[in-house]
Design a protein around this ligand. Structure first.
Ligand SMILES: O=C(O)CCC(=O)C(=O)O
Ligand SMILES: [Fe+2]
Length: 252
């Protein structure tokens, strides 16, 4: 059983949803080569809570991205978090980039897999139930993490954020919120598993933790906000763990 605080749940720390300053766009490498959506699928680890997509990024794409991201000015997060925030020690880079978020949503398999292939009313209702609303795209608040040996992200819950969503290719801003965390692992390493701790239930008082080892090119989606599972990024013991983080955005 993970230690659970009796106080306020530990938060992962706020993103930069209030950040207004326009930032210079990054020259992201093209998202190629990719495996077509028809060859990929959402694999459920915990129904309605955690899904993975294996080979979401090809290994070539992961290599290109990891070397591009290594050229960015990553900042080592201090070991001293703000009150109520989880301890996380990793090197991070954060940028508000609606164009990249849109590219990651539309030109990969993600949009197709999230929206599913059927469009009957029942399926639409189910989709809304799973994703928390009509999926619109990805949070432009893109976070890059590099964990070297000894670095980790302590147990916490991820917050849902409300925002006004303005896709790069559209003019009309839409009221929206984030409902699921997206992690894309660019490397594999020793240690560094993302571990989830399901809440005990009357029929299962001490559920097994779910441990996800980083796999090159694998994407992971997990529900956040009110029904977020307690989770952590375990300490990396050798190699480097590179992660691209965003969130699924739905209409509200
Ligand atoms: O790096 C990981 O495995 C977990 C990251 C995480 O929990 C977060 O970004 O909120
Ligand atoms: Fe998290």
């Amino acid at each position: 059983m993970p230690p659970k605080s009796k106080k306020e749940p530990i938060k992962a720390g706020k993103g930069t949803q209030t950040q207004k300053k326009a930032e210079p766009a990054l020259n992201w490498p093209p998202l190629r080569p990719l495996v077509p959506a028809s060859d990929l699928y959402l694999e459920s680890l915990v129904e309605d809570q955690i899904y993975i997509i294996r080979n979401f990024f090809t290994s070539t794409l992961c290599k290109n991205y990891a070397s591009f991201l290594a050229s960015l000015p990553l900042i080592t997060t201090p070991g001293r978090p703000k009150k109520g925030e989880a301890v996380r020690v990793n090197d991070r880079f954060q940028i508000d980039d609606p164009r990249f978020a849109e590219m990651l949503w539309q030109s990969t398999a993600l949009k197709d897999l999230v929206e599913g292939s059927l469009d009957s009313d029942a399926t639409q209702a189910m989709l809304r139930q799973t994703w928390g609303g009509k999926p619109l795209g990805l949070n432009p608040n893109i976070r890059i993490y590099r964990y070297s040996p000894g670095q980790f992200f302590a147990q916490h819950y991820d917050d849902s954020n409300t925002l006004t969503f303005k896709p790069a290719s559209q003019n009309n801003p839409v009221p929206a919120r984030t409902t699921w965390t997206l992690l894309i692992y660019l490397t594999s390493c020793s240690g560094g598993e993302t571990v989830f701790y399901p809440d005990p239930t009357p029929t299962d008082r001490s559920p097994e933790p779910i441990s996800v080892a980083p796999e090159v090119g694998m994407a992971l989606l997990h529900r956040h906000g009110e029904r977020c599972l307690l989770h952590e990024g375990k300490e990396v013991t050798s190699g480097e763990k590179w992660v691209v983080r965003s969130d699924l955005i739905v209409g509200r």
